[in-house]
Structure formats: structure tokens, C-alpha cells
Ligand binder design. Structure first.
Ligand code: MG
Length: 393
């Protein structure tokens, strides 16, 4: 029996993970759950799974809760890290949102766990530290991101030197066919209406700006040790081909499937085994035809180039991009920033990041300082722009 802890259990990935595990109770057991503040939702999941431990990271939330099911409840960031390194746990699913997930990622890998990583921000912000933690602790990093899961599946049994190029696919998001003027007026509700994937608010907005794809290029760079020049992105609106790998002999492999996160979750939980699952065997080639591909319009989606540029700059630059992006997404969702202003603020922050801020990532403190600096800089840049003339919600 494989014992699983789900960090960020009440989000979209957390819920999907629970559904997958409920179909495979003969192999997996949820032993612990963690979420930021939704005590009631976690209580429901404790009843569903029989988890023995639950962590609510936000202080005070537990105290305000009513009657809770029997389970060892605790609160705070330290309790979250303890779950990630718990000797009674085999697989840590990190589905936290944002760079706050870095601590848990490092703790799980240092403790030698399998880390099923949906929290791409931790790899983007602290890539060198994450790789060092895996090497030092013997932990195994398996992505729960459809593109990176696809690449991992294509690389199965291949030698690293055989890989010539990775091509990540992007759905293009809800604004793929909008012109710049329409995008200038885009509201949060419109950005949250993703054409092919059902996901949480942060990643859905990131998919609308294509910041998500920049984060994924950086994620692929660290996960697979491929230089940025050999990672490309193509827009594929049907979200059926999840990525391509081109090999040195010109052969190209791709992984296909309907857009359903349960597949990469199941693959990460069972890696490298493939676990039979009839519920996921719904693919019909006739129903997904035609499959189309197009380039990214970098002018309409400037956060993509800004993010990849930060990745190429290296050091703490991706952490700065990621933190500033988290701030502007909140700014957009709360009606303080227009859709195009998100990229403008992030660009301002990256321009202001001089060599004193962008430096090598040697310790967690380097990442945390860069992250805090970027959040402050983005907040100030937003402040300086003043209130928006009309609310966007
Ligand atoms: Mg993805």
C-alpha cells in the first residue's frame, strides 16, 4: 500500500487526486491532508478518506472551526513541512499554489520521498535548490503537469544525449482569438473561462496571459536538463497533444490524451508503472480530429517572453518573475489591474531588478529575499499606477 499525503488538498489538483485514489484504494491510501484555510472542506475529505492527520496552515482558522472529525489536526507552516517529511508517507503530492510550496518541495525531496509536483512555482523559484535536494536526499521528482508528464512519458527508456528538442503545447487560453483591444477590456470572469482545462484561479489566469507557459518552459529546463534554446512552445487549441520530444535522429514522439489532469496524477502516483484505469480510457481519434498547431503571438502575450527571458537570465530572476506574477494575478482578480497592466507591472519589476537582486541561487534565503523584494516592488508599482477608473469584476 502506497501512503500518500496531499498538500493543497482542497484545490482542483487535490480534488482530482482524491478521485484517482478513490478508484485505486487497493494501491493507495491517503494518510494526511493539508490546505491553507478551508477547514470545512478538509474535514469532509478526512471523513471521505479516513486520513489520520490534517494541517491547516493559516493560523486561527482551526480555532474558529466547529466540530471536526477524529484526526490529528495541527496548524502552521512547520506542521506542513513535517507532513512532507513524515516517515509514514511514501508519496507527497504538492498541489499548493505559489512559491509558498518551495519549503514542502525541498522537505519531501530531502526526506527521500517521491514528490508528485503540481506546484511548478517551487521549481521555477528554487530550481537549483530543488535539484540539489533531490540529489542529496534521494527523493524522486515526478511532475503533475500535463506537458511535463507527457515529456517524461516520451523520454521513458531514452538516453539524455538522444534528446534534441522539447516542444511544449499550449492551449492558447480563452483569449487566443481576441485582438489586443478586446484583451484590454478582458474581465476576470472571462479570463477564468478556460476553453479546455478545468483548473484553479491562479493557473487559469496564468493560462490566459501565457505566463503559465513561461513557467512551464522554466520547469522543463530544470526537470529535464535541456537548455532554453532547445525548448519551444506551440499553440494547440484542442489540448490533445500534451507535448513533443524530438530526438537527434529526427524522430518525434508525442503523448496524447483528452485534457484530464487525472491522467498525469495517476502516472505520477504510480510512476514508472502504468496502473489500469478504465475511467480514463476514453480516447477516440475520430472525436479529436482535426488537431491544429500555430505559433505564439508574443505581442499579445508579453508575459510569455518576460517569463522565458527571466528563465534565461537565471539565478533569482525566475523567482522574481514568479513572485511579481503572483502579485499581479491577485491584482487582476481583485479588479485593481487591467489584463494588459499585469505584464506592464511585471516588466517594471524585472527592469528594476539589478545585479544586487538577481544573483545565484545558493540558499533558500536567496530565493526568499528575491521573492519578497519582487512582491514589494510589484505592490509599489501597482500602487503608483493608482486605482483603476472602473472596477473590472
Ligand atoms: Mg500544464
Amino acid at each position: 500500500m502506497i501512503r500518500v499525503v496531499i498538500l493543497g488538498s482542497t484545490g482542483s489538483i487535490g480534488e482530482s487526486t482524491l478521485r484517482v485514489i478513490e478508484r485505486h484504494r487497493d494501491r493507495f491510501r491517503v494518510v494526511a491532508l493539508a490546505a491553507r484555510r478551508s477547514v470545512e472542506a478538509v474535514a469532509g475529505q478526512v471523513r471521505r478518506t479516513g486520513a489520520q492527520r490534517a494541517v491547516i496552515t493559516e493560523s486561527g482558522a482551526l480555532e474558529r472551526a466547529g466540530k471536526l472529525p477524529r484526526c490529528q489536526w495541527s496548524t502552521g507552516e512547520d506542521a506542513l513541512l513535517e507532513l512532507a517529511r513524515d516517515p509514514e508517507v511514501d508519496v507527497v503530492v504538492n498541489a499548493l499554489v505559489g512559491s509558498v510550496g518551495l519549503g514542502a518541495t525541498l522537505a519531501a525531496l530531502l526526506a527521500g520521498k517521491r514528490l508528485a509536483l503540481a506546484n511548478k512555482e517551487s521549481l521555477v523559484s528554487g530550481g537549483p535548490l530543488v535539484l540539489a535536494a533531490a540529489a542529496q536526499g534521494g527523493g524522486q521528482l515526478v511532475p503533475i503537469d500535463s506537458e511535463h508528464s507527457a515529456i517524461l512519458q516520451c523520454l521513458e527508456g531514452c538516453r539524455h544525449e538522444s534528446v534534441a528538442r522539447l516542444v511544449l503545447t499550449a492551449s492558447g487560453g480563452p483569449f487566443r482569438e481576441w485582438n489586443a483591444e478586446e484583451m484590454g477590456r478582458a474581465r476576470p470572469a472571462e479570463a477564468l473561462r478556460h476553453p479546455t482545462w478545468r483548473m484553479g484561479a491562479k493557473v487559469t489566469v496564468d493560462s490566459a496571459t501565457l505566463a503559465n507557459k513561461a513557467l512551464e518552459v522554466i520547469e522543463a529546463h530544470f526537470l529535464y536538463g535541456v537548455p532554453y534554446d532547445a525548448i519551444e512552445v506551440v499553440v494547440h487549441p484542442q489540448s490533445i497533444v500534451h507535448s513533443f520530444v524530438e530526438f537527434v535522429d529526427g524522430s518525434v514522439l508525442a503523448q496524447l490524451g483528452l485534457p484530464n489532469m487525472e491522467l498525469p496524477i495517476l502516472y505520477a502516483l504510480g510512476y514508472p508503472d502504468r496502473i489500469p484505469d478504465r475511467a480514463l480510457r476514453t480516447f477516440d481519434p475520430m472525436s479529436v480530429s482535426p488537431l491544429t498547431f500555430e505559433g505564439i503571438d508574443r505581442a499579445r502575450f508579453p508575459l510569455f517572453s518576460l517569463g522565458v527571458g527571466a528563465g534565461r537570465r537565471g539565478g533569482t530572476a525566475p523567482a522574481i518573475f514568479n513572485a511579481a506574477n503572483e502579485v499581479v494575478v491577485e491584482g487582476f482578480l481583485s479588479g485593481r489591474l487591467s489584463f494588459p497592466a499585469m505584464a506592464e507591472v511585471v516588466a517594471e519589476v524585472l527592469c528594476a531588478a539589478d545585479p544586487a537582486v538577481v544573483r545565484a541561487v545558493e540558499t533558500v534565503a536567496d530565493v526568499l529575499e528575491a521573492d519578497a523584494w519582487a512582491r514589494r516592488a510589484a505592490g509599489e508599482a501597482m500602487e503608483a499606477r493608482g486605482e483603476m477608473e472602473s472596477p473590472r469584476c
